[in-house]
Design a protein around this ligand. Structure first.
Ligand SMILES: [Zn+2]
Length: 253
């Protein structure tokens, strides 16, 4: 009996491993042609989108919101459902202050993912966001920025636009690098239409410090002094000069 259980578990694990890892991955260009997957947008206007993943965080998200308010900068928060349910007032504040809320799954699971599991993660997160804010998010960012046909297809079938980030505009702030390093990532390479990646769920709760919070004022000061305006991802997409197709293909899985 024990052996049967072990063999069953092994077969199931192998199947679920293959479901995910055997899903093929197309090039960025192929996904971009769907008109529903973005790394950045083409625009002549000096606009960029700041994005914050994994929150809301009870200490650092309010600090980030305070700094954004100082510049009247709008951002997009890719929230995890399991944090949202713990800190609903922060989600309400984000919406009230003109920021965009986007879906970053419920449990923020790395690794194996089936289409059914991802759909349920998206639905569960949409549901809690809608309950708290009255809005259903249209944007989705996969966990760890990891994508393949299965993930993209499932997101598209769920009516989502998939948003990654500009290559070179990943601050890697989750690893708590020096503040200067976070700032330099942006000040040395930012271009109109970029989507910039931050995280609001990291830092030390013991010392109550977060490198992202420390860097943000300097970054916003730089952006605004250089004529940039920070807008939500949806506004960035709306103001894009790219021709975005009305229909999109679903890749065979
Ligand atoms: Zn994340």
């Amino acid at each position: 009996m024990k052996n049967i259980v072990i063999v069953t578990v092994l077969i199931f694990s192998l199947f679920s491993y293959q479901t995910n890892t055997l899903a093929s991955t197309h090039s960025r260009e192929v996904y971009e042609k769907t008109g529903h997957v973005f790394w950045e947008v083409n625009t002549n206007q000096k606009i960029v989108a700041l994005t914050f993943d994994d929150g809301p965080h009870p200490i650092f998200t309010p600090q980030i919101l305070d700094i954004l308010a100082k510049y009247n900068a709008k951002a997009t928060f890719f929230v995890a459902g399991n944090k949202v349910i713990r800190f609903p007032d922060l989600l309400k504040r984000e919406v009230k202050e003109g920021h965009e809320i986007a879906n970053h799954t419920y449990h923020h699971i790395y690794g194996n993912m089936t289409s059914e599991k991802l759909s349920s993660e998206l639905e569960e997160t949409d549901k809690i966001i809608k309950k708290i804010t009255g809005f259903k998010p249209s944007l989705f960012r996969p966990v760890g920025g990891y994508y393949n046909d299965l993930i993209i297809n499932t997101a598209l079938k769920n009516g989502k636009v998939v948003v990654l980030w500009t290559w070179g505009q990943d601050t890697r702030d989750w690893a708590d690098p020096p503040v200067s390093q976070i700032c330099n990532t942006i000040t040395k390479g930012v271009k109109p239409g970029n989507i910039i990646l931050f995280h609001d769920w990291h830092g030390s709760e013991y010392t109550q410090t977060c490198q992202t919070v420390k860097a943000l004022d300097t970054i916003l000061d730089f952006l605004y002094k250089n004529g940039y305006k920070c807008v939500t991802v949806s506004e960035l997409l709306y103001r894009s000069t790219q021709i975005i197709p009305d229909t999109y293909e679903i890749f065979p899985i």
